[in-house]
Every structure is written in structure tokens, then in C-alpha cells.
Design a protein. Structure first.
Length: 316
């Protein structure tokens, strides 16, 4: 786990009395393919509040439970994907929180972007129970999750990284250890999300301008991707941005309100160290406007409708 290229083989074999068991809480768009990927090599427990998601998980070889607490009892690792810091605290320490149920020596693998402060606080509370937090925010969509092709950055003490290795090695094609303490992964993911949010906003502005100038949007996107202006986000979001004006919009692969949260984390972190981030702040305002206009649950490509509410006439 010290190199950036992760092996697909788990460190611990799931067979025999020393079998390794992981629990995945939340079997949604990302949780289910991650759980299915893990179940190919490990014993996997799953929980979701939606019965239909639990049924799908059962069909994929995952043992499902009626409560989160029963799902995590006796497991070696718990994989969490939550929306924000408040949900993280509630899942672990709320009225039905799982933290008291976890065995000593287990690890909680935190895969979401919630900010450095939230992770550091939670790690301290878990440590009092003999449980380590592995700060492992990830990038990649459901398809890549099911293929073990995620980018994961990790901040955790070495012993916790070793315990979490069977899970992380199966999920990641690129696994980068960025530090030896929880919060280090969040710090790098915060930097990553600054760039991603700015790139999406810039791509939306550029394609709106192309349309307004009468250019063919598909040809424009193809030309841009062949030159110095090319970027992953332009290539990935560009086609979806062009679909955002359609009545049904683009398929929701990453919600717009996720970048409201993530760019809020970015600008808050920058303020805490007295660093100006005017470009990130401008992108944050675009996503905030999109949310205020009712687009929060739409794909983040819908941010183009903030700068151009209606599709400009094209003359090409």
C-alpha cells in the first residue's frame, strides 16, 4: 500500500478461521458495486435502508442485515460513503450509531469528502474505542468501482493501512498514501475538488460561449479536446454539459449539490489558512446559484444553465 499502483489481490485470504470480513453501509450507486467487487474475494456484510438495494446485494453474494449495527458486528473493516460531516457523525455516534458495536482493532474506511476537521474529530473519538479511521476519499464512478479501478488517496497510521489493505487493494487501481494520519487524505481531496469544480464550471462557460457564437458544439468539443485546452473534466463532462439543456437533462452521475458541498469545503479550508482562492470562490457561486434554481439533484453538468438558462441558437 505504499506505492501508487495497487495490487488487485487482497492481503488477507477470506478462507479459513482467519477470514477477513468487511461491511459496506449504504448499497446505492457506489456502495453496491464496491460491495460486489469486494465480495469476489472477501466475506462482505451489507446494509441499506432500501429493501430493494439489499435484495440486489444478496443476489451478488453479499450477506445483508436488517440494521447497520448487526452488519458491522465482528467485522474487520467498515466502508462508509456519507454525504457530509453531519451524516458521518450520526452514522458512528448517533442514537443508533455503529461505533460502540465495532470490535477493537477494526478500521472504519471513510471514502467521502467531508473535510479535514470532521475526519480528525471522528478519528479521535474512534481511537478511544480502539478503532482506527482510515481517511480514504476516492474518485471514480460506479462502473469503475465495480471494476476495482478507483483512485484512492489515503491518510492513516501504518497499522490501520495494513488492516484496511484487503479492501483498498481490491477497489483501487491507483492507491496513493499521502500521510500517516487521518485528515491527510481529506487535505489532498480538497485540493483535487478545487480543480474539479473549477474545471467543470470553466467547461460549462466555454461551451455556452461556443453555442452563443454560433459554433457547432460537438465539433467545438472535439477540437478543444485535441489541443492545449483539453482536460479530463472537459472530455468527461463536455458531452453531458451539452445534454443539460435537453428536457430530461443529462444522466445523473454526479449531483450538482455535491460540488456545492465540496467547494464549500475548499473555500472554508482556504480561509482557515488565510489563502485567497478567487477562482474556486467564483465556481462555488455558480454551483450555489444552480442549487438555488432547483438543480441540486441534477447532474453537475447542469451548471451550464446558470450562465445560459436557455440553449443559445446555433448557426453552424
Amino acid at each position: 500500500m505504499n506505492s501508487t499502483a495497487a495490487s488487485s489481490a487482497p492481503t488477507t485470504s477470506p478462507s479459513g478461521p482467519g477470514s477477513y470480513t468487511a461491511a459496506v453501509l449504504g448499497l446505492g450507486a457506489m456502495g453496491l458495486p464496491m460491495a460486489t467487487r469486494l465480495a469476489s474475494r472477501l466475506t462482505v456484510h451489507g446494509f441499506d435502508i432500501a429493501p430493494e438495494r439489499s435484495m440486489l446485494a444478496s443476489e451478488s453474494g453479499i450477506t445483508t442485515f436488517d440494521t447497520a449495527n448487526s452488519a458491522v458486528e465482528g467485522v474487520d473493516a467498515v466502508l462508509l460513503a456519507v454525504r457530509n460531516a453531519e451524516q458521518l457523525s450520526e452514522v458512528l455516534f448517533g442514537a443508533n450509531g455503529i461505533a460502540p458495536t465495532l470490535k477493537r482493532g477494526a478500521v472504519v474506511i471513510m471514502t467521502s469528502t467531508v473535510g479535514v476537521d470532521a475526519v480528525v474529530e471522528v478519528a479521535g473519538r474512534l481511537a478511544e474505542l480502539g478503532v482506527d479511521l482510515v481517511d480514504a476519499p476516492l474518485s471514480g464512478g460506479p462502473l469503475r468501482a465495480g471494476q476495482g479501478d478507483l483512485l484512492i488517496v489515503v491518510g492513516a497510521v501504518p497499522s490501520a493501512r495494513e488492516t484496511a489493505a484487503p479492501v483498498l487493494d481490491l477497489l483501487a487501481s491507483t492507491l496513493t498514501v499521502v500521510g500517516d494520519k487521518p485528515g491527510d487524505g481529506q487535505a489532498l481531496k480538497t485540493v483535487n475538488q478545487l480543480l474539479c469544480g473549477v474545471h467543470i464550471a470553466a467547461a460549462a462557460e466555454a461551451l455556452a460561449l461556443a453555442q452563443s457564437l454560433g459554433l457547432n458544439p460537438e465539433k467545438t468539443l472535439e477540437a478543444l479536446q485535441a489541443g492545449a485546452a483539453a482536460s479530463f473534466m472537459l472530455g468527461n463532462r463536455g458531452p453531458r454539459i451539452l445534454q443539460a439543456w435537453d428536457p430530461e437533462g443529462a444522466e445523473v452521475l454526479s449531483r450538482l449539490d455535491i460540488f456545492v458541498k465540496d467547494l464549500g469545503i475548499v473555500t472554508s479550508a482556504a480561509r482557515a489558512v488565510a489563502l485567497p482562492t478567487p477562482v474556486a470562490a467564483a465556481a462555488e457561486q455558480l454551483f450555489l446559484q444552480g442549487q438555488a434554481q432547483g438543480h441540486g439533484a441534477r447532474d453537475d453538468s447542469a451548471v451550464i444553465t446558470v450562465v445560459a438558462p436557455r440553449k443559445p441558437d446555433s448557426h453552424a
